[in-house]
Design a protein around this ligand. Structure first.
Ligand code: ADP
Ligand code: MG
Length: 410
């Protein structure tokens, strides 16, 4: 099916062919006509399958077609859980909006940077606002923006926005929106509980589900290497050098670990930067831009980088620490193998996290053989009572080591 059969405008079709996109992805083919008709959509499709354009294209089409209200005020509100994702989605809107005959104003607002330029940017009205929830509410409180004219609400990474961490902000935003509106919820993961919650917010939604089973994702090779926790950095360094990985995104459990691992890699002559929520926004933006431009080889990140970020030709994702949940696993590994590319997702597992990886495998319907790298054979045994998401392991005692050695017949 070509893009031209979906009801998009000639200007948008020209913009798409300039990008050499030949056909819509399945989620785009299903969602675009429904969004154009004004329907609510609850859409899940795998990471890297083009969910952004599934709402960006039809929204641009509709907004360009209808005259802007006077005074001009936001007609579409797109929420994203992280600042970098808001920026990325905003870029998609802007990049395509510039091809339209009718100019549309797009504002991207998120925290961690000065609010004044954002307030200035909203003066004179706006058509589309892409925002993180907290800063959006700050702007409303400053009377820089009203949400009364919003016709369409988009939740990108909907399950993340609907979970507890955003509950208060989301409830307030909803109370500021008109009751009659179109709602578009997208994510690669929509657990049953989220679906129930979403259904309560949606009006007769079109449910689109183009989610292959994780084990059917041939585009992402998933592997696990067993290694003692204390030797992971050394192993990582060796793998990066031996396998000649051009770029690697390494996930860890804490901000502290991001700093420590990046620091150790740098000391071992590997160009690495941490990426987490306690860095200044300037630094976060810089690290991501440098990584995308291949000026940095390794980024060691917390889950703040797990959702939505589109880094083309990222060949490898490493779970240095295992993710807390299966949905985090899906999103983390989904930073590679995007838009038809292939990628490698490697999880490091040690005695203390073995049970946790088993749980992830079970929920994902996966079975990853535990590989061992010569020189990095694990000797620790599981002496630690593992908690869900508990990644910290206790060092094994002398006795544990002896027992392990005995078990290996030494
Ligand atoms: P998702 O939100 O599903 O994880 P994105 O919307 O970030 O995926 O898109 C992933 C990549 O695919 C982006 O680089 C995007 O530009 C590209 N892309 C989107 N739609 C198409 C298409 N129809 N043809 C080719 N590439 C596409
Ligand atoms: Mg996305």
């Amino acid at each position: 099916m070509p893009f031209s059969s979906l009801g998009l405008s000639p200007a948008l079709l020209r913009a798409l062919s300039a990008r050499a996109y030949t056909a819509p992805t399945p989620i785009q083919a299903a969602a675009i006509p429904a969004v154009l008709q004004g329907r609510d959509v609850l859409g899940s499709a795998q990471t890297g399958s083009g969910k952004t354009l599934a709402f960006v294209l039809p929204l641009l089409r509709r907004l360009a077609q209808a005259p802007a209200p006077k005074p001009r005020r936001a007609r579409a509100l797109v929420l994203a859980p992280t600042r970098e994702l808001a920026a990325q989605v905003g870029e998609e809107f802007r990049g395509l909006a510039q091809h339209l005959d009718t100019p549309l104003k797009v504002s991207v607002v998120f925290g961690g940077v000065s609010i004044n330029p954002q307030m200035m940017g909203l003066r004179g009205g706006i058509d589309i606002v892409v925002a993180t929830p907290g800063r959006l509410l700050d702007l409303v409180d400053h009377n820089a923006l009203t949400l009364e004219g919003v016709q369409t609400l988009v939740l990108d990474e909907a399950d993340r926005l609907l979970d507890l961490g955003f509950a208060e902000e989301l409830a307030r935003i909803q109370s500021l929106l008109p009751r009659q509106r179109q709602n578009l919820f997208f994510s690669a993961t929509l657990a049953p509980a989220v679906q129930t919650l979403a259904q309560a917010l949606l009006r007769d939604p079109l449910r689109i589900d183009v989610l292959p089973a994780p084990q059917d994702r041939a585009d992402i090779v998933q592997r696990a290497i067993a290694v003692d926790a204390g030797r992971r950095t050394q192993l990582l360094r060796q793998l990066i050098l031996q396998e000649r990985w051009s770029r690697v995104l390494v996930f860890v459990a804490t901000k502290h670990a991001a700093e420590i691992v990046a620091d150790k890699l740098r000391k071992a002559d590997i160009d690495a930067e941490p990426f987490h929520g306690e860095l200044s926004q300037g630094k976060r933006t810089q690290v991501l831009a440098d990584f995308k431009a291949e000026r940095i080889r390794v980024v060691v990140a917390t889950d703040v980088a797990a959702r939505g970020l589109d880094i083309t030709q990222l060949p490898v994702v490493v779970n240095y620490d295992l993710p807390r949940s299966t949905s985090d696993y899906t999103h983390r590994i989904g930073r590679t193998g995007r838009a038809g590319e292939s990628g490698l997702a490697l999880s490091l597992v040690s005695a203390g996290t073995e049970a946790h990886l088993c749980l992830i495998e079970k929920r994902q319907g996966l079975q990853l053989p535990r590989e061992v790298v010569p020189g990095f054979e694990p000797v620790e045994t599981a002496t630690v009572t593992e908690t869900m998401g508990g990644i910290k392991g206790k060092r094994p005692s002398k006795k544990d080591k002896l027992r392990a050695a005995a078990a290996r017949g030494l």
